[in-house]
Write a protein that binds this ligand. Structure first.
Ligand SMILES: C[S@@+](CC[C@H](N)C(=O)[O-])C[C@H]1O[C@@H](n2cnc3c(N)ncnc32)[C@H](O)[C@@H]1O
Length: 200
């Protein structure tokens, strides 16, 4: 599992808002709240239990906006809420904390729900000018090999389950969407992150 607090977000000081997919216990939001440049923080969570927990936790924090639902169904509305913001930092972290063997325990059957990243990026690209936006994407090891710090407990490596993981071409779908406008950097700490920084 990746941690937003692994990152010193002052590196993204030009960003004026945060958009997170997968709120869970709100640890990502708590870290982002340390940075005053992030004037609004938005986070979407599919699991009502986590959503309700964080609603209470952040009840008195005006700049925190929580959304209940799947990222796929909520992102367009969330993006319209930040349409005036020049630069957004996305923390794309929505995935089930499950391995292929236990996937049905969560009542989730469709791969596209378990791996929402491609849909999320497409929605963001289609609904916003992203040239000044930053992205931190968790769990690079879902998509490709590398010298990851944690080879993984919760996600079994994709070679063992070749038909379970989508994106046989690794991160090509991300390069196709962003390589013209962003530098794409790999961070092999934890289970791997991909960082997209604007070229200009
Ligand atoms: C790794 S946790 C998020 C941790 C959190 N971002 C942090 O930094 O502490 C992943 C969360 O994503 C949620 N999730 C999974 N699929 C989702 C989807 N399609 N849309 C929104 N949330 C989703 C899960 O319920 C889980 O709470």
């Amino acid at each position: 599992m990746g941690l937003l607090r692994h990152f010193d977000l002052s590196r993204f000081e030009k960003a004026d808002c945060l958009m997170e997919t997968g709120t869970e216990n709100g640890f990502g939001i708590e870290h982002a709240m340390k940075y005053d440049n992030l004037k609004e923080l938005h986070s979407v969570e599919i699991n009502e239990k986590f959503y309700n927990f964080c609603k209470q936790k952040f009840n008195f924090v005006d700049r925190v906006n929580l959304w209940l639902g799947s990222s796929e169904t909520k992102l367009v509305e969330m993006l319209s809420a930040i349409s005036e913001r020049k630069s957004c930092l996305y923390w794309l972290d929505a995935h089930l904390p499950s391995d292929p063997g236990s996937r049905f325990e969560h009542g989730r059957e469709a791969d596209q729900i378990e791996f929402p990243l491609e849909k999320e990026l497409r929605l963001i690209k289609d609904n916003r000018d992203t040239k000044f936006d930053y992205f931190i994407i968790d769990d690079l090891r879902i998509y490709e090999d590398g010298p990851f710090q944690h080879t993984g407990k919760s996600w079994i490596h994709h070679h063992l389950y070749p038909n379970f993981f989508p994106h046989k071409d690794g991160i090509k779908f991300i390069e196709d969407m962003f390589s013209a406008t962003h530098n794409i950097l790999r961070d092999y700490n934890h289970e791997g992150y991909l960082i997209l920084e604007p070229k200009q």
